[in-house]
Design a protein around this ligand. Sequence first.
Ligand SMILES: Nc1nc2c(ncn2[C@@H]2O[C@H](COP(=O)(O)OP(=O)(O)OP(=O)(O)O)[C@@H](O)[C@H]2O)c(=O)[nH]1
Ligand SMILES: [Mg+2]
Length: 255
Amino acid sequence: MASYWSKIEALASGGGGASSASGSSGAGVMVPGAGTKREHLYKILVIGELGTGKTSIIKRYVHQFFSQHYRATIGVDFALKVINWDADTIIRLQLWDIAGQERFGNMTRVYYKEAVGAFIVFDVTRSATFESVVKWKVDLDSKVQLPDGSPIPCVLLANKCDQQKEGIVNNPTKMEEYCKEKGFAGWYETSAKENINIEEAARFLVTKILKNDRLTGVDPSKDSERFALDGSGSGMNGNGVRGGNGRQEGKSCAC
Ligand SMILES: Nc1nc2c(ncn2[C@@H]2O[C@H](COP(=O)(O)OP(=O)(O)OP(=O)(O)O)[C@@H](O)[C@H]2O)c(=O)[nH]1
Ligand SMILES: [Mg+2]
């Protein structure tokens, strides 16, 4: 298993662990024939209890791949998703897949640094994983904030919705109230297995992040400087948020 630092080095040099290719980073990169493109690099955390499906969600989102086989993540893993957001904008999402077994440990402070958005994942078949959501949220908010001191936008993912659901997740009104009360930007039922709502949830989170970028007046050309790792390179072909799968089984709140 590669160490945290070797993964960091791999990503910084364009390896990216889960995805890699050559490319350029930073804002205002000239793309031949396409004029000047604005590029944003955003660090996104994916956290939550053991076995809730964090790695599976990322693998589905980045590689369109799912496996029933469970191999616990050790420490942290990374993936890079490139989104052709619109004609003028490319968004690189640096996804930090943090092991459930890290559970609010000291390393999470290091992992959370400079993140601008997060997903907290629970497993709809195990209500105990929902009960821990609030601990993850409190831990997150205590360790990372936006430059203006406000919490980073966080979306709650009720994963494995292809299976029998247990508890509050069966009551969307209560889920919406919960999200409002706990400061979630919204929630989605997702299934990494059936590819339900993952693209939608990512699009929603990115929209919130872009809004914050505008509000805080952060110069997008500084994006690449906000990270120790640059977002150079991606194996993705921009099949991301704009190409939704058209499935709307999951629910989301606008809280
Ligand atoms: N039915 C179903 N199974 C899923 C889904 N997502 C993940 N799984 C399964 O749940 C198990 C755990 O998934 P992982 O993605 O490894 O979970 P994780 O949150 O990354 O776990 P840690 O790395 O230990 O924190 C695996 O066996 C997956 O195949 C889903 O949407 N539906
Ligand atoms: Mg994992």
